[in-house]
Design a protein around this ligand. Sequence first.
Ligand code: AMP
Length: 118
Amino acid sequence: MSEASVFERIVAGEIPASKVFENDRVLAIRDIAPKAPVHLLVFPKVGTYPNVAALAAGDAGLLAELVSVAQHLADEHCGGEFRLIFNTGETAGQTVFHVHAHVLGDPEHTGALTEGTL
Ligand code: AMP
């Protein structure tokens, strides 16, 4: 069995995190190294899906729930507008292989997320 990812260890309570949302199936936390004024991470508490494609194939309802939680968080933290990113694979920048969505927002319009920025 492969070693538990950092997010699975956060779900298990082994590593502290700044939680912003939690229900039976989904947890959201603040990213430890934010790349935008609002940078949250949303991931499942259940299953062992390494990336978004695996989650879509294995539990499409849970993927829809992640997106719904992302919108809820954006409503709370950045006026309902957000960028949703699922890095998939090392060359795309994925470092944690437990599926997670990055929710990025710029509620003060600093320009951090204008068209042309990734
Ligand atoms: P990715 O590179 O798409 O796999 O995203 C992993 C993200 O997890 C990065 O943005 C990291 O800054 C973030 N991260 C890693 N460890 C922690 C942690 N203990 N608490 C919060 N965020 C973390």
